[in-house]
Design a protein around this ligand. Structure first.
Ligand code: MN3
Length: 199
């Protein structure tokens, strides 16, 4: 039993013009494929084969760095693809919107804080919307770390994430990370984000 690269639910070109087809193809078929293969290779030499990715993350501080880096790379990209969609709802609705308003004051204030976390993550990493108990929080992580890992500064349920490694945007946006983040907001699958919210 090993982890498999997911098939995307949309074409590589589907998120144009916000995220370009070439970036999507390389990101999924090369980067994500490599994390998946390297995770499986790292598991071959461990006693963790058959464990869920969540179980691995819960004790990742005690494991080989290859499991932290490639396990994170495998999981984080799965979530990233899932929370993207062409022509999705313009914004969150219902319970998710209520939670965002309750935790951040308004959708605009949430967007501002999420954007800031994504812009200011130094080097490579991810920004997150996280459910922590009854409230939502925003944070960023370095490298391929995520909020399910026992080493995470803020632990909780990941609802939404953006990849801010340069490979996620450099071909189209070069050094203009803020433009990529603004474009990302045009293709968020808010229904998928809402599904992850625990009552
Ligand atoms: Mn990536």
């Amino acid at each position: 039993m090993s982890f498999t690269l997911p098939t995307l639910q949309y074409d590589y070109k589907a998120l144009e013009p916000y995220i370009d087809a070439q970036t999507m193809e390389i990101h999924h078929s090369k980067h994500h494929a490599a994390y998946t293969n390297n995770l499986n290779a790292a598991l071959e030499n461990s006693n963790l084969k058959g464990k869920s990715i969540e179980e691995i993350f819960s004790k990742v501080s005690q494991l080989a760095p290859a499991l932290r880096n490639n396990g994170g790379g495998y999981y984080n990209h799965n979530l990233y693809w899932d929370v993207l969609i062409p022509g999705g709802p313009a914004g969150p609705q219902g319970k998710l919107l209520e939670s965002i308003n309750g935790s951040f004051g308004s959708f605009d204030l949430f967007k501002e804080a999420f954007t800031k976390a994504a812009v200011t993550r130094f080097g490579s990493g991810w920004a997150w919307l996280i459910q922590k108990g009854d409230s939502l929080v925003i944070n960023s992580t370095p490298n391929q770390d995520n909020p399910l890992m026992d080493i995470a500064e803020i632990q909780g349920i990941p609802l939404l994430t953006i990849d801010v490694w340069e490979h996620a945007y450099y071909l189209k946006y070069q050094n203009r990370r803020p433009e990529y983040i603004e474009a990302f907001f045009k293709v968020i699958n808010w229904n998928e984000v809402a599904k992850r919210l625990k009552a």
